[in-house]
Ligand binder design. Structure first.
Ligand code: BGC
Length: 614
C-alpha cells in the first residue's frame, strides 16, 4: 500500500513537473542562447536559466531509437540524446534512409519549448559500419599494427564525412581499452596493449573526427577506465567470461597504464567520455565517484560530459532509483538508459526534490551536455553536412585500401615465398577468402557482424587477388581447398580465421583456428609447392604446432571492405610495414599478459609486441 501511495505521489509530481514546462512560454526569439554572436558559455548559462527540472533531466537521458514510443516524446520529455544501438536501422536501410531517420529525431527535438536539438550517436568504430554501402575501415587493432598517426587521422576525417552526410554528429569511438587477454571478444576494438601507442593513435583519430571549429563529429573515448585488464571468469554477465568483468589492478597500475591514454586524448580535445560496464575491484565503474569526479573531472580537468554505457547504470545494486541516483552523484552526466525514459525522468526528478541528488549536480551535468551541443553548432545549423555520395565514396575506399596494406603483419616468410611473382599458378582457398562479412568482423551492418559475401560495395580478398595479380598468373579458387586438378600450384594462399562476433559473445577459452580451417590448409599443402596462410582475425590466435610447416604467415586482422589492400601487399605492390600491436601468445597458459610483468607463466610469448618481418 505504502509503495502504491509513493508511486502515485511520484506520478503526480512528474505530471506537475512536465505540465509545468508545457505551460511555460517559450523563451523570446532573441534570447541569448539562440544567438550565435554570444559565446558557448554565455549561451549555455542563458539556456540553463530557462530550464525546468524535468527539462534538465530529459537532457540527461540517452535513448535507443527503437525505445522512443512516440515521436512527440522527444520534444515533450526534452530527450538529450538518441542512439542507434549496433544494427538498429531505419526502415529504408540506405544512406538516405539513415539521414531521414536522424533528421526526423532532429526536427522532433527542435519542436520543444526550448528547441534544444537532440544529439544522435552511433558506434562508427570502423567507418559508418551500420550503413550498407559505407566503406568499412580495418578495425582498430589493424590500425594499431600500422602505427600510422597520419593515416588514422585521415580515417577520422573520412568517418566524420560519412557520419555528417547522414546527420550523425556523435560517435562512440575511439576505444582506449588495453587488452591483456586475447580471450576477450573486444581485442579488435583496441589499438594496442601499449598505452604509449594507444594515446597518440586515438588522439589522431579524435582530431580527424572532431575537426576544427563547429564542423565535426563528437568523439567518445571509452571505456573509462581499466577496461581490458579484466580477470577471466569475473564477468557479471551469465553468458560472458571476461567482458564486463572486474579489473583487479592496483591504483598505481591504473594510473601508470590505463589512465595515460585518456590524458593524451583529452589533451587532443575529446569532449565525451564513456564509463565502462565492468568494475574496478568491488566498485562498478559507473558508480565510482572517485574515478569520475575526483580523477577525471577533478585531477584531469575534463570539461566535457560523461556518458554511461548501455544499461550500465542499472547494473548498480539497489533498484532503479538508487542506481540512477548513485551514478549521477558519481558524476555520470548522460545516462545511456537506453530503454524507458519516463521512469528515469520521474526517479531523478524525485531524487532532486528529496535532496538525494543535489540540484548543483544536475546543473553541472546539463551544462556539460549543452556546452557540447553548442560547440558542435547544433543550435545554429542542421546536423547534416556534405553529400550522401560521401558514404562509400571512391576516396574513402582508396584510403581504406591503403590502411589495409599498412596493417598487415608478416610473421613468417620462408625462402622468400612472398611477394608472389608475376607468372605463377596460384590457388586460393579458405573460409575467409571470399567472405566480406568475415573480413569486416563485428559491428558491421549488425552488432555481431554478418557472415558471407554480403557487405555491399566490398571487395573480398579473393576478388582483390584477382584484380591485382599479374595477367600472366593463373588463379584457381575453392573455399575448402578441394581441387580436382592434381597439378601442383606454385603457391597456395589460404585465408582463414574467425567468424564475426562482438563484445562478450567473442569471449572464448580457446582463440584458435577451427579444425575445418586447419584441414583446408593441409589440403592446400598437398596441392601447392608453397603455402601462405593469411589470418583474418580480431586477435592473435593460438597456433597449432603445424604452423611451422606453413611457408608464410600473414596477419590481416579484420581488414574491412577493401580486400584488394591485402592483395597489394601479397603481390609486392606495397611492402609489409605493420608490426604486432600486442604480444602473440604461444599458449593460453601465458594469459593474461601484463605489459610490465609479462606472461602469466613467465615464459616468452611466441612473438613479442612490435614483431613484424619487413
Ligand atoms: C558497448 C559500447 C557501445 C554501446 C552503444 C555497449 O554495449 O559496450 O562500447 O558504445 O553499447 O552501442
Amino acid at each position: 500500500m505504502a509503495v502504491l501511495m509513493a508511486a502515485s505521489l511520484v506520478l503526480f509530481l512528474v505530471h506537475i513537473l512536465l505540465s509545468e514546462s508545457e505551460r511555460l512560454p517559450a523563451p523570446p526569439k532573441d534570447a541569448i542562447y539562440r544567438n550565435p554572436a554570444y559565446s558557448d558559455e554565455e549561451r549555455t548559462e542563458d539556456l540553463l536559466a530557462y530550464m525546468t527540472l524535468a527539462e534538465k533531466v530529459g537532457q540527461m537521458a540517452l535513448i535507443e531509437k527503437q525505445s522512443v514510443d512516440d515521436m512527440e516524446d522527444v520534444a515533450s520529455y526534452g530527450l538529450g540524446g538518441i542512439l542507434s544501438g549496433a544494427g538498429a536501422k531505419p526502415t529504408e536501410n540506405t544512406p538516405a534512409g539513415w539521414r531521414d531517420m536522424v533528421m526526423s529525431f532532429d526536427s522532433a527535438s527542435r519542436a520543444s519549448r526550448l528547441g534544444i536539438p537532440v544529439l544522435y550517436g552511433v558506434d562508427a568504430n570502423h567507418g559508418h559500419g551500420n550503413v550498407p554501402g559505407a566503406v568499412i575501415f580495418p578495425h582498430a587493432i589493424g590500425l594499431g599494427a600500422s602505427g600510422d598517426v597520419d593515416l588514422i587521422e585521415s580515417i577520422g576525417v573520412a568517418t566524420s564525412e560519412a557520419l555528417r552526410a547522414t546527420g550523425v554528429r556523435w560517435n562512440f569511438s575511439p576505444t582506449l581499452d588495453l587488452p591483456k587477454d586475447i580471450r576477450w571478444g573486444r581485442v579488435y576494438e583496441t589499438f594496442s596493449d601499449d598505452p604509449a601507442r594507444t594515446g597518440p593513435l586515438a588522439s589522431a583519430y579524435v582530431r580527424g573526427l572532431q575537426g576544427a571549429g563547429r564542423t565535426g563529429v563528437l568523439a567518445t573515448i571509452k571505456h573509462y577506465v581499466g577496461v581490458g585488464a579484466m580477470q577471466w571468469g569475473s564477468s557479471k554477465s551469465d553468458i560472458y567470461t571476461l567482458d564486463q568483468g572486474t579489473t583487479p589492478v592496483s591504483e598505481a597500475a591504473l594510473r601508470t597504464q590505463y589512465l595515460p591514454p585518456f590524458e593524451d586524448v583529452l589533451a587532443a580535445g575529446a569532449q565525451s567520455v564513456m564509463v565502462g560496464l565492468g568494475s574496478w575491484g568491488e566498485t562498478k565503474l559507473s558508480a565510482s565517484s572517485y574515478l569520475i569526479r575526483d580523477v577525471l573531472k577533478g585531477e584531469l580537468g575534463f570539461k566535457g560530459f560523461v556518458v554511461s554505457d548501455w544499461y550500465g547504470v542499472y547494473e548498480i545494486q539497489g533498484g532503479d532509483y538508487a542506481a540512477a541516483t548513485t551514478a549521477i552523484n558519481a558524476g555520470v552526466d548522460m545516462v545511456m538508459l537506453p530503454f524507458e525514459y519516463r521512469p528515469f525522468i520521474r526517479n531523478v526528478s524525485w531524487a532532486v526534490e528529496r535532496g538525494d541528488i543535489p540540484q548543483s549536480r544536475i546543473d553541472d551535468a546539463v551544462r556539460r551536455i549543452l556546452r557540447a551541443k553548442f560547440a558542435l553548432g547544433l543550435f545554429d545549423e542542421t546536423p547534416v553536412a556534405g553529400d550522401l555520395e560521401l558514404v562509400g565514396s571512391e576516396g574513402h575506399r582508396a584510403l581504406a585500401r591503403e590502411a589495409v596494406a599498412k596493417s598487415l603483419v608478416l610473421l613468417k616468410d620462408d625462402a622468400d615465398t612472398l611477394p608472389l611473382s608475376a607468372d605463377q599458378f596460384i590457388r586460393v582457398a579458405g573460409s575467409a577468402a571470399d567472405n566480406t562479412g568475415r573480413q569486416a568482423g563485428g559491428w558491421t551492418i549488425e552488432w555481431q557482424g554478418v557472415d558471407g559475401n554480403v557487405v555491399p560495395g566490398a571487395t573480398s580478398i579473393l576478388a582483390g587477388i584477382r584484380e591485382v595479380a599479374s595477367e600472366r598468373s593463373v588463379i584457381e579458387f575453392d573455399a575448402a581447398g578441394n581441387f580436382s586438378n592434381t597439378e601442383i600450384a606454385d603457391v597456395g594462399i589460404v585465408v582463414v580465421g574467425e567468424t564475426p562476433y562482438a563484445e562478450g559473445w567473442g569471449d572464448t577459452a580457446e582463440p584458435q583456428l577451427s579444425a575445418e580451417d586447419l584441414a583446408t590448409i593441409t589440403r592446400m599443402q598437398q596441392r601447392a609447392e608453397r603455402v601462405v596462410v593469411v589470418l583474418v582475425a580480431g586477435r592473435p590466435l593460438i597456433l597449432p604446432a603445424s604452423w611451422r610447416s606453413w611457408d608464410a604467415l600473414v596477419v590481416a586482422w579484420l581488414p574491412g571492405s577493401e580486400g584488394a589492400g591485402v592483395a597489394d601487399v601479397l603481390t609486392g605492390r606495397k611492402p609489409f610495414t605493420g608490426t604486432l600491436p600486442l604480444p602473440w601468445p604461444r599458449t593460453t597458459t601465458q594469459l593474461p599478459i601484463d605489459p610490465v610483468s609479462g606472461t602469466a607463466n613467465g615464459t616468452a610469448p611466441l612473438f613479442p609486441r612490435y614483431f613484424g618481418l619487413k
